[in-house]
Design a protein around this ligand. Structure first.
Ligand SMILES: [Fe+2]
Ligand SMILES: [Fe+2]
Length: 175
């Protein structure tokens, strides 16, 4: 498999770059569970790595940069996005099951819709005065892979999942 970000994006927008990453990550999630209700653990591993790095790009580069340019005030939608990232990060901790994959899929669908599109956060970020698109893109691309820890299936993890799902406004029933 070629390196995930082997293709440098010299031109293009932050939205284009991150929305393309959404497509790639969605595709991996789709392939985690095919026709059969069984999990492809290798594909899920790739998905997990990809999503964690994507979240790191937003949390460590995009959001702080925009917040700084806005004099320390984050964009209003960022609080909800951060709660979603917390929920997603926690859902990535245990060994995946069809229910976990389904919860991740539900959150990602709503989450990505808040980030993409005409009213989306990515577009809002691009319009913040003083934003240097090329520099921002370069720094997003330079975010290193996140070190991924082994799955943890302790009761503490599942209690945390219920907590973060509720806090982010998702129903945690059935988990
Ligand atoms: Fe996000
Ligand atoms: Fe995103």
């Amino acid at each position: 498999m070629p390196h995930l970000f082997a293709k440098p994006l010299k031109m293009g927008s932050v939205e284009h770059f991150l929305a393309e990453d959404h497509v790639r990550i969605d595709d991996l999630l789709q392939r985690t569970i095919g026709e059969q209700p069984t999990i492809d653990y290798d594909v899920y591993k790739e998905f997990r790595r990809g999503l964690l790095r994507h979240i790191a790009m937003e949390e460590k580069v995009l959001f702080p940069t925009i917040q700084r340019l806005r004099g320390g005030t984050p964009l209003p939608a960022v609080a909800k996005l951060r709660l979603d990232h917390g929920a997603l990060g926690t859902l990535l901790m245990p060994t995946p099951t069809p229910i976990i994959v389904d919860s991740i899929r539900t959150i990602l669908k709503a989450h990505n819709a808040l980030e993409e599109g005409a009213e989306g956060v990515y577009g809002q970020c691009e319009q913040v005065p003083g934003v240097e698109m090329e520099n921002l893109l370069r720094r997003l691309q330079a975010v290193p892979p996140v070190s991924v820890v082994a799955y943890s299936d302790s009761p503490t993890v599942f209690a945390a999942i219920r907590r973060v799902l509720t806090r982010a406004g998702y129903d945690s029933e059935g988990g």
